[in-house]
Design a binder for this molecule. Sequence first.
Ligand SMILES: [Zn+2]
Length: 243
Amino acid sequence: MTDRLEPMPADWQRALAVVAHPDDLEYGAAAAIASWVDGGREVAYLLATRGEAGISTMEPARAAEVREREQRASAAVVGVSSVEFLDHRDGVVEYGPALRRDVAAAIRRHRPELVVTLNHRDTFGGTSWNTPDHRAVGRAVLDAAADAGNRWIFPELAEQGLPPWEGVRWVAVAASPRPTHAVEAGPGMERAVRSLLEHRAYIEALTDADPETYVRGFLGRATGDTAARFGGRAAVSFELFPR
Ligand SMILES: [Zn+2]
């Protein structure tokens, strides 16, 4: 795995990031998102669930409220103000036409050139089994980028005032075990740390470590591991699917 990662394309204006859970973007991609917003790009977030099954010591109804609030705060740290939730059920998100339609509708509403999602593949790093929600949402996002441009797949969307959008040029998959591209992490790293720290209730339930020590350690390792393939610079990697 010494193939050199290419820099991410820079000739775009709008991105939509679609993931399964609150915190999915903060565990890595947020440093890239902060840099994009700094560069004048517009980025919006779409969450398939509210992450209500993610805290074992908290009832789902309560966790949904807490995690939505934490997600909005973490988005604000990197300059993202548009945060939407689809309310699929955490842990049992089903890949299929209903999810594809929801994501295609959002793509038509936001009209992004770049769509970002989280690892749709079976494993993280070839060793840790991925979660069913990440696989389902990632695959649905890759499919919905095409669905959004086809007027005949979900014709009801046009009737709802959402005409086809054929402008998606790439889908970028964060944390893929097969990355092809990267964004330097340094400029956005401090905000990425603070962005992940906003998921405090989640992190405090996850680890006994000091939250900031845990977050800096995790993001430092994740972006540092990519440096060998990106000119020695810590970086956020993506598997890029051009369209
Ligand atoms: Zn997740």
